[in-house]
Design a protein around this ligand. Structure first.
Ligand code: DGL
Length: 260
């Protein structure tokens, strides 16, 4: 799986919990983060570049653990990878559609994800007639990368983004893999009355179904191995990642993806 940085570790953790026998290779494209402020063309180029690196490591399925890349690059990845590809948007949208009682759903994500309209389409496909509102929250990404998701400054940013925008919704999709790191700040504004949908566990279920459907699942008890790669120096990635996952990441190797 790949993400633009640290946020996809939320998906990695959910996958490892759900599919303990599966080996994983995680690539965090920390040299080129953020993706969310870049054009669809550039993000697609980065996504294909990442996928080529992972495909060369003999993977059987690719998880696009990044909302922005899922929103703009999924068709290109599916066309060019020759592998089953699972993105984060459809599983999260299905979960949100199921969770909403009032039919009013909010989506927060990067500028690229919001602009793409991918959640609007996925929610409409999951349950037609939902009332959906979207809001880009670009400052959440550097706060998460910095490990400041639970800080007063994050709570203030969340207040500015959400206080006047959120009333009326009963489900909020955290449409960016970095946003689960901001849950404490988001909760200070929304309280506990709004269901927060983090697509990580929904993606893990989708991967389990895809593997089972293709007869690709590792046998129970298979010795799983986990590798983590980043495209810039690993220091902060390890520090923040370990703090937030609550466990040691093991070896994190810096790689050069070359021009792409
Ligand atoms: N991983 C991106 C996403 O889920 C957020 C960070 C970025 O902008 O690269 O949309």
């Amino acid at each position: 799986m790949f993400d633009s940085g640290i946020g996809g570790l939320t998906v990695l953790a959910a996958l490892q919990r759900r599919l303990a026998a599966e080996s994983t290779v995680y690539l965090g494209d920390t040299a080129r983060v953020p993706y969310g402020t870049k054009s669809a063309e550039v993000v697609t180029r980065y996504a294909l570049n990442n996928a080529r690196f992972l495909a060369a490591r003999n993977i059987k399925l690719l998880v696009v653990a990044c909302n922005t890349a899922s929103a703009v690059a999924l068709p290109a990845l599916q066309r060019e990878c020759g592998l089953p590809v699972v993105g984060v948007i459809e599983p999260g949208a299905r979960r949100a559609a199921d969770a909403s009682r009032t039919g009013r759903v909010g989506v927060i994500g990067t500028e690229g994800t919001v602009r793409s309209g991918a959640y609007l389409r996925a929610l409409e496909a999951a349950r037609s007639g939902l009332e959906v509102r979207q809001r880009p929250c670009p400052l959440f990404v550097p706060l998460a990368e910095e490990g400041w998701g639970d800080s007063p400054i994050a709570a203030e940013v969340a207040r500015i983004y959400l206080e006047d925008w959120a009333p009326g919704i009963d489900v909020l999709i955290l449409g960016c893999t970095h946003y689960p790191l901001l849950i404490p700040a988001i909760r200070t504004v929304l309280g506990t009355g709004v269901v927060l949908v983090d697509s990580a566990s929904a993606v893990a279920d989708a991967v389990a179904a895809e593997l089972a459907g293709r007869d690709l699942a590792a046998p129970a008890g298979a010795g799983a191995e986990h590798a983590v790669f980043v495209t810039d120096v690993p220091g902060r990635f390890c520090e923040v990642g370990e703090r937030f996952l609550g466990r040691v990441l093991g070896d994190v190797e810096q790689i050069d993806l070359g021009p792409g």
